[in-house]
Design a protein around this ligand. Sequence first.
Ligand code: GLN
Length: 471
Amino acid sequence: MIQQFITDAKRGNIDLVEHASKALESAHAINKEYRYIAAWADPVARAEQLQQLAKTGNARGKLFGVIISVKDNLCVQGVESTASSAILKGYKPLYNATAVQRCLDEGAIILGKTVQDEFGFGGFSINTGTGIEKPLNPLDKKRTCGGSSGGAAGLTKKAPFPHLALAESTGGSIANPASFCGAVGLTPTFGRVSRYGLIDYANSLDKIGSMALTVEDAALLLDAISGPDPHDSTSANAPTDPLTDIPRAIHGLRIGIPQDSFPETMDNTTRRVLMLALQQLEQNGARRLDIKLPISTKYGLAAYYTLAMSEASTNLAKYCGIRYGASEALSGNYNDYFSRVRDNHLGEEAKRRVLLGTFARMAGYRDAFYTKAAQARTKIIQEYQAVFKDVDVIVTPTMPLVAPTFDELKNLTPLQHYQMDVLTVPPNLAGLPHITIPIGEAHGMPVGLMITAPHFHEHKMIQVAKSYDKK
Ligand code: GLN
């Protein structure tokens, strides 16, 4: 647990400079093999500052001395931040994202930026932008880390030093890679964490959260970055109770299991691991109730991809080679110019999403697609609200399978890739907090269990996750 490390660091019992140098060295070695980090910060220089504070008795902060990695779509001052897209190559932000700044204010050390699917477009970290190598699963290099926060999850599992990861989810990008790599992934309620300084994918869906090896550690990081921010008018002014030191007893807690959460495609070994985990929660005192979420199951994926792509297509419009992003030698008319810039610097999946998203919100089609999807989202939120009258949390598998191999993924269509998000998309669409925890293995790979709570009830799902967490 990282808490002990922080206490020791504050007391000056740890040589932070030596610690940061060693961590940097081992992170470089891991990176050579697994490709988790796209750009490096200067952890040793930062450790020197903190060491000085500890020496003079001025060590403060919830994350004092802790090394954190930052998903590439979060701005870190002076460190290249591209959301793993070639179109933003060379961009060094002049400011820190609020979540990053809050970590620094709490005494954290930034290691670097973790690789992701370009702008978050994907679930396997195979859609990294041109020239950016794909990260490999820490437990089997033939397999994906999941995505889009693949680098964050891989590093969380592999780092031999105390480490926390700042990650981000639009439709499952924290839960998916955390479960494929055997880490804990915590996605908060939409609005709990400020999005200021995030390179947007879809503004109404993006949520910044945390990854760690234990539930308590993931909660510690989320706790540090939560709360309203004048820079983001969609950050909520809701009460944010502390998320650390939550008790692990769950006696009498009502756990809802949706009828359709074990898809037919799920193999028996994975199913068995999940069933055992559910039994364990019951043995820990939880009360199990069967529930139904028919609207989410039927319309969740379609509504999510329609809305996410629509928003993405407007967000990407600014990268036209004039004010933002890569540029080219000027020639031809405006349309030729910006098409050439985008053609040369956006990956295939980004182009697909720009085309589909633009189509879905075009005059003439908007009512049939974009508006319909927005209506479906409202219905899905209402469906969850009704279910949460009867249960405290909802428990499902995180993914319908263990991390696939790169070869397996090659044989699937984009639509089949999207379908693998069937379980993570609904809570994301409804802006609900959810946590994934590793519960065992199938075929030698980790299996994740996902716990979803009502809006701003993160403490409930953390409680359930902790009752399971053995660490
Ligand atoms: N796989 C989903 C998508 O491609 C979710 C990605 C995310 O949360 N950034 O949109």
